[in-house]
Structure formats: structure tokens, C-alpha cells
Design a protein around this ligand. Structure first.
Ligand code: FUC
Length: 349
């Protein structure tokens, strides 16, 4: 395992560093101390050709100006919080409303836009980067000082593991994820519509017009949300299902996982022969087919467009603080927030 570092520009007088983890097979992951952003994952196709399988940029300026959370760690709370307000132990908290009246992805300057302390770590058969960030009490409106650690581990068998840990000194909310946009075609040469997704999920959350959960969990059976036997992502884009249309034709939905740590999410691209197996201990995953991905910028030389990537955001269910029936995202002093997601890259051959 080889770990190299390279300068990746500067932000507010602080250096941005790119770490590249490379194993003996030639599989590579590059990540930044800014937002713990994964900029690049070089994975082999069925013929052994290494290409990048995530959307990203080559310059820090692009991440600051354009990025729809490409590759970043999202927190303190991933997803949407209705009206940017919540109550905890009888106290009301107000968060920045950065999408209409909704609070999205931790606010204006969440974990994804912070410089993290970073260092290279190693253990038998694996190398990694450990990121640490202390989010002060009241940052982006959230109570409590939160000490966060995120570790990216790479092993010789092309497995990337992300481990999150957090503690607080006051009751608060915490629900962290990674917002990588996968595109297994390699170097974003095709969109993801012909990617096949298989998921062990029987239910998904109904959304309202603001993309907030209504509280209803819908049965996937007989709908384009049934991924249990695998289906093309395209199905949800062409679908006339009201929930697909509502999110801009496609998927932007939380799914309840019915199994954990057992090949519960599998994404394949038959043409390149690449396959990604995601395993997590989180109760849910937000499937986002980048329906809203637009703008006057390019990714790896190609103009961005909807469906150029697919996000598999493993996490607790969004807006949990307003839905007591969802698993709680409250973290109290003395508890340790722990979450792990494993991404195994392989080929169909
Ligand atoms: C996802 C979606 C949102 C948004 C964002 C960039 O998590 O739920 O709709 O577009 O990412």
C-alpha cells in the first residue's frame, strides 16, 4: 500500500492536501482535507482498465464554486430538516434555511465545507487517512460541541471503508454520510441510466413537494422503487409514478434497508463490467440519481447534466427529528456516534 500527498490549493490561508491511497493492484482513492472530499476512485473494469468512478474536480476552486457536495462528508445532519427548526429537551433551535425554508446537508458551512485535521494511518493490510474536526457549540445553529473523526481505509482487495465517530458535550443531532456520485462507466463517459441497482429494501419514504418525508413509508412492491431483484436506474426516470416525477424524474428517496452488512446495495454497469457492493450498519440509504445536477461547469471535461452520477447516501432517515417513528439521531454526552459503510469494488467477470 502506498500513500502519497500533493498540494491541492489553499483555502483561507490553509493548505488543501490531496491524499492518494494506492494498493498493489493499482486501485486508488484520492481524498482532500477539505470536506473529506473523495475526488477520485480509480477502479478496474472487466478488462483491467483503471478509470475514475466518481464525479469530482481537479481544482479546489471548482469545489468551492460549483460542487453539489461531490464526494464530501455531510453533517452535522445529512438531508433535510423541515423549516430549519427543531426542539430538543424543550429547547427550540434554529438552523440556517439554505433551500427555501428547509435546512439541507448541515447548512451553509457544514462538515463538507470545512478544513479537517488529517493524517495518514496504517495497519496490517490497510492504509488510510484519518480526519478530525471539532464543530463548536452553536455552529450552523446546532447545539453542543461535536468532536468528529472520519477515517477512510483502503485494503488490498479494493475495499474502501468509511468509519465515522462523534461525541458531544450537550444533547444534539448527528447523522453523517458521504455524498459521492458514483459512475461506473469510467471517467463519466456515459450517464448512469443503464446502471443496475439491487437493494434489500422493502420500503421507501414518501416525499412531499419540498422533498421532505411525509412520514408515510410506502411498500416498494409493484413500483419502480422495487430494487429487490435489480433494475435499471432509467426505470425511475422514465416512470410516471408521482414520486419519481416529484423529484425531477428519477430518485431522490430514502429507502429503509431490510438487512445490514450483507451485500444490501449492489450497483453494476454491465458495459464496463464494474460492480460496487455497499454494506453499512445504517438503517437507511438515500438514493439520488442526480436529477438536479446542472450548471455551467464540467466534470472530467464533460458538461454536467442530470443522471451523470448516482449517490448512495447511507444514513439514518432524513428529518428524523420531526418523526418520532424514525430511528433517533439524537446524540447525548457520554454516547459515541459510530457508523461504518464499506464499498467493495469488483468486476462482473
Ligand atoms: C441529495 C438530495 C438533494 C440534493 C443534494 C445535492 O442528497 O437529496 O435533493 O440535490 O443531494
Amino acid at each position: 500500500m502506498k500513500v502519497t500527498t500533493a498540494p491541492f490549493g489553499e483555502l483561507d490561508g490553509q493548505p488543501v492536501i490531496a491524499y492518494t491511497l494506492k494498493n498493489r493492484q493499482g486501485f486508488e482513492v484520492t481524498c482532500l482535507n477539505y470536506g473529506c472530499i473523495i475526488t477520485r476512485i480509480m477502479a478496474p473494469d472487466a478488462d483491467g482498465r483503471f478509470e475514475n468512478v466518481v464525479l469530482g474536480f481537479e481544482r479546489i476552486e471548482d469545489y468551492i464554486e460549483h460542487s453539489p457536495y461531490f464526494g464530501a462528508v455531510i453533517g452535522r445532519v445529512a438531508g433535510r430538516i423541515k423549516d430549519g427548526r427543531f426542539e430538543l429537551d424543550g429547547e427550540a433551535f434554529h438552523l440556517p434555511q439554505n433551500e427555501g425554508t428547509t435546512h439541507l446537508h448541515g447548512g451553509n458551512k457544514g462538515f463538507s465545507r470545512r478544513i479537517w485535521n488529517s493524517k495518514i494511518i496504517k495497519k496490517e493490510g490497510a492504509a488510510g487517512v484519518e480526519f478530525r474536526y471539532t464543530s463548536p457549540d452553536g455552529e450552523e445553529g446546532y447545539p453542543g460541541r461535536v468532536d468528529m473523526t472520519v477515517v477512510y481505509w483502503l485494503t488490498e482487495d479494493n475495499v474502501l471503508t468509511i468509519a465515522y465517530e462523534g461525541v458531544t458535550d450537550r444533547p444534539t443531532l448527528l447523522n453523517v454520510t458521504n455524498h459521492s456520485y458514483f459512475n461506473l462507466s469510467g471517467d463519466a463517459k456515459r450517464d448512469v441510466l443503464r446502471h443496475v441497482l439491487t437493494m434489500k429494501s422493502d420500503r421507501f419514504l414518501e416525499l412531499d413537494a419540498s422533498l421532505l418525508p411525509t412520514g408515510r413509508m410506502l411498500d416498494v412492491a409493484g413500483t419502480p422503487f422495487d430494487f429487490r431483484a435489480g433494475r435499471y436506474l432509467e426505470d425511475g426516470v422514465k416512470s410516471t409514478h408521482e414520486q419519481n416525477r416529484l423529484v425531477g424524474h428519477g430518485y431522490d428517496h430514502p429507502f429503509v434497508l431490510s438487512e445490514n452488512r450483507n451485500r444490501e446495495i449492489v450497483l453494476t454497469d454491465e458495459e464496463s463490467g464494474r460492480k460496487l457492493i455497499v454494506e453499512t450498519d445504517e438503517p437507511g440509504v438515500v438514493l439520488y440519481t442526480s436529477n438536479q445536477l446542472k450548471g455551467d461547469f464540467k466534470v472530467w471535461g464533460k458538461p454536467v447534466r442530470p443522471y451523470l452520477g448516482v449517490c448512495l447516501e447511507t444514513q439514518h432517515l432524513p428529518d428524523a427529528v420531526h418523526h418520532p417513528e424514525f430511528p433517533s439521531i439524537v446524540l447525548t454526552p457520554g454516547e459515541i456516534y459510530r457508523s461504518t459503510t464499506r464499498y467493495a469494488f469488483c468486476t462482473l467477470k
